[in-house]
Ligand binder design. Structure first.
Ligand SMILES: O=C1O[C@H](COP(=O)(O)O)[C@@H](O)[C@H](O)[C@H]1O
Length: 260
């Protein structure tokens, strides 16, 4: 398990721009060394802010968009094209404006698709899609993601793993249906902590005052059932990307040297 590293930026705009630049470099490096990159997107304000910053970055043209696999860490289980779906928002922020290979883009199922309103069956199907993309070195579970991004909710949720709900306790499955989420919509699909922890790098994004308490709790030794963000780690790196407002309640011992 990698120890969390923190980078604190002046404000959320700078954080989004710096994270976008960081992602471009990661993807370009992965494509140079292995031929392709594998990235897991997150929804929410910070995740979409990063994608919008990436769309506006001139260096986005350094990425070979046809050789990137895109997955989602969670989804609001709603009909295709619903404005509240994470994939709808990601397409508007970035994906519709870059030349992706549609076969490499893996949105989570919709509630008007082949599984109807059955979020558990939809989650099982996404787990099967991930397993199909996994290589022998992944033991059949999920492919090795280069970067898996997670927005941190004000209640410390990540993906759609909310404190104390059954999904955050899952130890076997890689994807689960989530029922009764405290944040609308109540029905969701989410990667589980074991799937998240298989990524090379996990980046947690937290900007804004409403994330300050969550960041402080998750980084101060809380348990993952009570504070799911505390259980999100990458195999080689766990990176918290914060703005000053979200870092404002961190214990002084954790606050990094000036890094704006
Ligand atoms: O509902 C969700 O919330 C989290 C955090 O969103 P934010 O707007 O508070 O930043 C998000 O990361 C997750 O993907 C999404 O489904």
């Amino acid at each position: 398990m990698s120890t969390p590293q923190l980078v604190v930026h002046r404000d959320k705009e700078l954080m989004a721009q710096a994270a976008a630049a960081r992602l471009i470099t990661k993807v370009v490096d992965a494509q140079a060394s292995r031929g392709y990159a594998s990235v897991v997107l997150t929804g929410g304000r910070n995740g979409n802010g990063l994608l919008a910053a990436l769309a506006a970055a001139p260096a986005r043209d350094a990425v070979d968009w046809g050789r990137i696999d895109l997955w989602w860490g969670d989804e609001r289980f709603l009909p295709e094209g619903d404005p509240d779906r994470n994939d709808t928002q990601a397409r508007a922020a970035l994906l519709d404006s870059v030349p992706l290979d549609p076969a490499r883009v893996h949105p989570m199922p919709t509630s008007d698709g082949p599984y109807g309103a059955d979020a558990d069956a939809a989650a099982e199907a996404y787990a099967a899609e991930l397993a199909k993309a996994a290589g022998p070195e992944n033991h059949g579970a999920v492919p090795t993601f280069d970067v898996l991004m997670l927005g941190v909710g004000p209640d410390t949720h990540v993906a759609s793993l909310f404190p104390e709900l059954p999904a955050v306790r899952e130890t076997e499955r890689t994807v689960v249906g989530v029922h009764g989420a405290p944040k609308p919509p109540p029905t969701r699909i989410s990667l589980t902590l074991p799937a998240i922890r298989s990524a090379r790098e996990v980046w947690l994004l937290a900007a804004g005052e409403d994330k300050a308490q969550a960041a402080a709790i998750a980084l101060s030794g809380a348990g993952e059932i009570q504070a799911p963000a505390a259980g999100a780690h990458g195999r080689s790196r766990t990176l918290w990307l914060l703005d000053a407002a979200a870092a404002s309640q961190l214990p002084r011992s954790l606050y990094p040297p000036a890094s704006a």
